[in-house]
Design a protein around this ligand. Structure first.
Ligand SMILES: [Zn+2]
Length: 257
């Protein structure tokens, strides 16, 4: 069991606790206490949660990438300190998130910039990569991963609505095969299904010096958008488990319900 304090900044108060609370519960955690305040940054929601350590990264990933969340920090709370009511010293800085993902802590997407981009992506689809790479160059490195991924989720949702919305309700494996695979092939011909993972040989986001570590955050976002948009699958998790940017032969995306 781990006790963790999350500090979330958002631009809206309505539904914030409800939406994030759902993710927390769905990940097997319980909300111990929470506090919502306003600051110059926006609405600040601080939550202390308790739950299984092995689910923590997944939860942090979900919270940090939720569109309602502008910035996100996680700090471990000593169990003893959590039990003592005033708990004046919340914690030592937590490093798990930054170890697992090279650039992300505190990084939030910049939705305003993405809104301006989406019209162009929709017009130029499926030839979106020149524009996306130029966009990634413009975005500051602190926001690049989250913003690119968010842009991907929006484009993926758009593709789903455009091309797949009238299809049958598929389970995750069939959604990967019949939605994610053909949609990604529209973008990148060399996309292959390998069991239940997607293998992309020729991602344009690798080797261009924009990211350390895995680099195909836009493609990851597209897959998330394609699989999240139907709704009945919940929010499947997509992880780029191997990337050419870190020396692998291909970029491999894996999925979990
Ligand atoms: Zn990659």
């Amino acid at each position: 069991m781990a006790d963790i304090e999350f500090r979330v900044v958002s631009d809206r108060r309505e539904g914030l606790l409800l939406e994030l609370g759902r993710l927390i519960v769905a990940s097997g955690f319980t909300l111990q206490r929470q506090r919502m305040t306003r600051s110059d940054e926006g609405v600040v929601l601080t939550m202390v949660v308790r739950g299984p350590e092995q689910n923590l990264l997944a939860l942090e990933d979900r919270l940090g990438s939720h569109p309602i969340v502008q910035s996100f920090e996680a700090t471990s709370v000593d169990a003893a300190a959590a039990a003592a009511p005033p708990a004046p010293e919340p914690a030592r800085p937590r490093t798990l998130l930054s170890e697992a993902r090279p650039e992300p802590s505190g990084a939030a997407p910049d939705p305003g910039r993405v809104e301006a981009l989406l019209g162009a992506l929709a017009r130029e689809y499926p030839d979106v990569f020149n524009r996306m790479l130029a966009f990634e160059h413009e975005v500051s490195s602190a926001h690049r991963e989250a913003t690119s991924r968010y842009a991907g989720t929006r484009l993926g949702a758009w593709i789903y609505k455009r091309d797949y919305t009238l299809g049958a309700r598929l389970n995750l494996a069939d959604s990967i095969r019949h939605i994610a695979l053909p949609a990604m092939r529209q973008l990148l011909r060399g996309t292959e299904l390998d069991g239940e993972t997607l293998r992309i040989k020729d991602s344009p986001f690798t080797g261009v010096g924009l990211h350390r570590g895995t680099s195909c955050h836009f493609l990851r976002g597209c897959l998330e958008g394609l699989l999240n948009e139907p709704g009945h699958l919940g929010r499947p998790r997509v992880v780029e488990t191997f990337c050419r940017n870190t020396g692998a032969d291909a970029c491999i995306f894996t999925f979990a319900a």
